[in-house]
Design a protein around this ligand. Structure first.
Ligand SMILES: Cc1ncc(COP(=O)(O)O)c(C=O)c1O
Length: 407
């Protein structure tokens, strides 16, 4: 990146002169690209001329998107997908073969865990799940399973926003020679650039911060040319491409990534501080708060701490559900990273089909709430939480906590 992040977000990848002198990159809606004559075809196949051939292998709008993402993440190469899960599945299947072994952290996105535990074994690929943050356990597994092909960690993770120790991961990677993949969806390239901290591949659900407007699904994988080529070959064979209209919307979203992230970082910090001081909040998980267990790591690796805040109410399940229903500005729904404030109740929305025992093991408490602030005014976000909480605790006659916040 030669210029500042905001400048690159607006201009990187965009050609100097666009079609018909337009300022924006056009949406090229075509499934196929034609050749002038057979000499043109022969040039293409024999000299590997750089041009488009067929929609599954590339598109001019998508190509600009890829260039912009590459700049923003500081990657040699990138590929985009129809959603974040396709970036996960294509990266894992594109870089492995029958007999390979993968290590995954236990607080990974639920479907990533399911993919590794249920789908990959059908292809002879085994996954060992290790506790997030327990790098001794990871080292033991690496010693027991020499030739482990991939270590996949997210950072920050959901819902407790644990932060990966990139220095330890980098040194394990140097000793054991695996491909280090970091799903950086919860950070975005504005807040963290894992490729500069030792990762080989960075993944994003671009549905979240990168798109930023809760209106598209997309995914991205970024890293070295050699690794991305393998992932691209797999994707070109199986599908999972981003359509040109979505590419355009993602390009447009990326232009405001820096200012959106600055606002989301600031809003989430304000909300987290407010929650931490609230007598009906037992505990707040936000990596920007000094009380967060991974605060020092977050400060080391991130320039901002994101728009997601998780907390436990000093309340029971009924009161917690009532609190969510009372919210007006925050809409109830999964996902995060958009301009609109969203609130989710992990126990019901994401883990309802789990047994209470499984939920307890994962730390999904009845009174756990995860918020994704939007770019609204912070005073309005706080006022909405305040009124919803006041109504709920009054109705359910819940006493405030007696301990100090975060204890
Ligand atoms: C960390 C992480 N990775 C991957 C995904 C999957 O992304 P998508 O929903 O775009 O397929 C998600 C979705 O929430 C996620 O949180």
């Amino acid at each position: 990146m030669t210029k500042g992040f905001s400048t690159e977000a607006v201009h990187a990848g965009e050609p100097d002169r666009q079609y018909m002198d337009s300022i924006t990159t056009p949406i090229v809606l075509t499934s196929s690209y034609t050749f002038t004559n057979m000499d043109d075809v022969l040039d293409y196949v024999t000299k590997k001329v750089d041009r488009f051939e067929y929609g599954r292998y590339g598109n001019p709008t998508t190509a600009v998107l890829i260039k912009k993402l590459r700049e923003l993440e500081g990657a040699e190469d990138a590929e985009v997908f129809d959603c974040g899960m396709t970036s996960v599945s294509c990266a894992l299947l594109g870089l492995t073969q029958n007999g390979d072994h993968i290590i995954l952290t236990d607080d990974a996105y639920k479907k990533t865990l399911m993919f590794c535990e249920k789908v990959l074994p059908r292809f002879g690929i085994e996954t060992t799940i290790v506790k997030m943050g327990d790098y001794d356990q990871m080292e033991d597994v690496l010693k027991r399973r020499p030739g482990t092909r991939i270590v996949l960690s997210e950072s920050p993770t959901n819902p407790y926003l644990n932060i990966a120790d990139m220095d330890i991961l980098r040194s394990l990677r140097e000793r054991f020679g695996f491909v280090l993949i970091v799903d950086s969806t919860f950070a975005s390239p504005y807040n963290q650039r894992p490729l500069e901290q030792g990762a080989d591949i960075v993944l994003h659900s671009a549905t979240k911060y990168l798109g930023g407007h809760n209106d598209i699904l997309a995914g991205a994988a970024l890293g070295s040319k050699a690794l991305i080529e393998q992932i691209r070959d797999y994707r070109n064979t199986t599908g999972g491409i981003v359509d040109p209209v979505t590419s355009y919307l993602l390009l447009r979203g990326l232009k405001t990534l820096a200012i959106r992230m600055e606002r989301l970082n600031a809003n989430a910090t304000a909300v987290a501080k407010y929650l931490e001081s609230h007598p009906h909040v037992r505990r707040v998980y936000y990596p920007g708060l000094p009380s967060h267990h991974d605060h020092e790591r977050a400060r080391k690796y991130m320039r901002g701490f994101g728009g997601v805040v998780t907390f436990e109410l000093e309340a029971d399940l009924k009161c917690t559900l009532d609190f969510l229903s009372n919210m007006k500005l925050f809409k109830i729904g999964p996902s995060f990273g958009g301009v609109e404030a969203l609130v989710t109740h992990p126990m019901t929305i994401s883990y309802y089909d789990y047994t209470p025992e499984e939920r307890r093991r994962l730390g999904i408490l009845d009174e756990l709430v995860r918020m994704s602030v939007g770019i609204e005014d912070p005073e309005d976000l706080i006022a909405d939480i305040d009124q919803a909480l006041h109504k709920a605790v009054t109705r359910h006659r819940i006493s405030p906590r007696v301990s100090q916040p975060g204890v």
